[in-house]
Design a protein around this ligand. Structure first.
Ligand code: ATP
Length: 457
């Protein structure tokens, strides 16, 4: 996608978070779950469940754009459908403007449908081919029994102009329009009732790359003009990069990182975020460097029917140690405005520094990560850990595992890490020296050949 309007500077590690957002909370989601039952047999007994969304928390403030990214199947669309109450949640709560809408019946939800609208991915499938554009865009007025000032036709023509189409298109049919124009029609329909919250599910992924930026820019302009609040769902970061104030990264039904855009881009903390970011093409060859080394994630996202234990990403993570397989990391705010669920975050002090032996899966995953990336990852994490250890202790908020002192293991590891950055193969020695007893245990469990690798820290 080409450049869109908002820009972000890209120096190294960001300052310790940005000022807290004072805007009023429009949407608040707590512990949200959506499990689809799997039924079998004549009696249709439930034998399992697809845990599409499995306990997520976030807020969206008035006027902001929250981007939601993650690979296919991680539960983004389900989350979008549940927060707009097109589907019922299995657990958790959804508050809109302070009102609990989690269990509202369709009749009670009806007036709220004006305030919460959705834009769909497929501009071909989401417009009825037998209806004229006028009929499609005016549908919300009919369904809600609203008579706009000046009449429906005039208002629809105004909406068409607002999204960059000609009012003369009123009597035309969807097949007469390109993909980008159809998505504009979808946007006009979503805006008809002046909603407060618009959830856009992959609004541009079905469009040509050259058209994507136009549509995203249109959404951005409309946000300024109409004071809209957006949740924009996308499968990669390039779409949401320039329009989001904050970004939530989802993996297998969970949010693994939630941060303001600047922090996320300058210093991603979850290895999965880092992998997603390495997949975003850098258009300017001058800005390519070690960072353009791709992190290739092995295999597909595991099944949401039986997600991996502990951290769900541990089966594909090149940093995974034993604790990752046994303990689910909690989403905590490690820097102001940057929440992450990881035992061994990037660009921050290790949260489980005593756990140093890589899992077998991590060894395999590391084979797909370029040495430069591993080295850079180790170096930046060590540098930030050292910076934090030297700086004011107040940086780590309550509830986070902050480095205890300059003598903490992660600081002690810093020299080896720097060494590892230069010569990744040297890490084996470092690990044996640091935690021989852990290495022994893990070796027996994970590595029958006795080929225990060191954690890249
Ligand atoms: N109605 C349903 N019944 C059963 N399983 C479902 C249903 N809808 C979604 N799922 C499953 O829930 C998981 C999450 O799906 P979802 O469409 O939310 O993911 P996604 O991240 O939006 O992926 P994509 O980008 O491919 O749309 C998937 O494993 C999917 O198969």
């Amino acid at each position: 996608m080409s450049e869109t309007k908002k820009t972000d500077a890209a120096p190294s590690v960001p300052p310790q978070g940005s000022a807290p957002d004072e805007r009023e909370v429009l949407l608040k989601v707590q512990g949200l779950q959506k499990h689809f039952p799997i039924r079998k047999g004549v009696l249709q007994r439930q034998v399992g469940a697809v845990k599409a969304v499995d306990g997520i928390d976030f807020e969206v403030r008035k006027g902001e754009t929250l981007g939601v990214v993650g690979e296919s199947g991680c539960g983004k669309s389900t989350m979008g459908r549940v927060i707009t109450r097109l589907q019922d949640p299995t657990g958790g709560t959804i508050h809109f403007e302070g009102q609990d809408i989690t269990r509202l019946k369709p009749a009670a939800m009806r007036p709220l449908r004006r305030d919460i609208q959705m834009i769909f991915q497929d501009p071909y499938g989401s417009l009825n081919p037998r209806h004229t554009i006028g009929g499609i865009v005016s549908a919300p007025f009919r369904l809600q029994g609203v008579e706009p000032e000046g009449g429906v036709k005039k208002e629809v023509q105004r909406l068409l102009e607002l999204v960059g189409l000609s009012p003369e298109h009123y009597n035309r049919y969807p097949h007469e329009f390109s993909g980008g124009q159809r998505q504009r029609i979808g946007i006009a329909r979503a805006l008809a009732l002046k909603p407060k919250l618009v959830v856009a599910d992959e609004p541009v992924s079905a469009l040509d790359v050259s058209i994507q930026a136009q549509v995203v820019n249109l959404m951005d302009d409309l946000q300024q003009e109409l004071g809209l609040t957006y949740v924009i769902i996308a499968h990669d970061l390039s779409v949401v990069r320039h329009v989001s104030d904050r970004i939530a990264v989802m993996y297998l039904g969970k949010i693994v990182e939630l941060a303001d855009r600047t922090s996320l881009y300058q210093a991603p903390m979850h290895p999965y975020t880092k992998a997603l970011m390495s997949a975003v093409p850098v258009p300017d060859p001058k800005r390519r460097g070690a960072k353009s080394e791709r992190i290739l994630l092995k295999g597909d996202v595991p099944s949401p029917i039986s997600p991996p234990s502990g951290c769900r990403f541990h089966t594909r993570c090149w940093k995974a140690t034993q604790v990752c397989a046994t303990q689910e990391p909690v989403l905590v705010e490690l820097r102001t405005g940057q929440q992450v669920a990881c035992h061994h975050p990037e660009n921050f002090a290790d949260q489980a520094p005593q756990d140093v032996v890589l899992l077998t899966a991590a060894k395999e995953a590391a084979e797909l990560v370029a040495d430069e990336v591993l080295a850079e990852s180790a170096a930046t994490s060590a540098a930030v850990a050292a910076e934090i250890a030297d700086g004011p202790a107040a940086e780590a908020p309550e509830g986070t595992v902050a480095p205890e002192s300059a003598e903490t293991p992660e600081t002690a590891e810093t020299p080896e890490v720097t060494e590892a950055a230069e010569a990744p193969e040297a890490t084996e020695t470092a690990e044996t020296a640091e935690a021989p007893e852990v290495a022994e245990t893990a070796e027996t469990a994970e590595d029958p050949e006795g080929e225990t690798p060191a954690k890249e820290k």
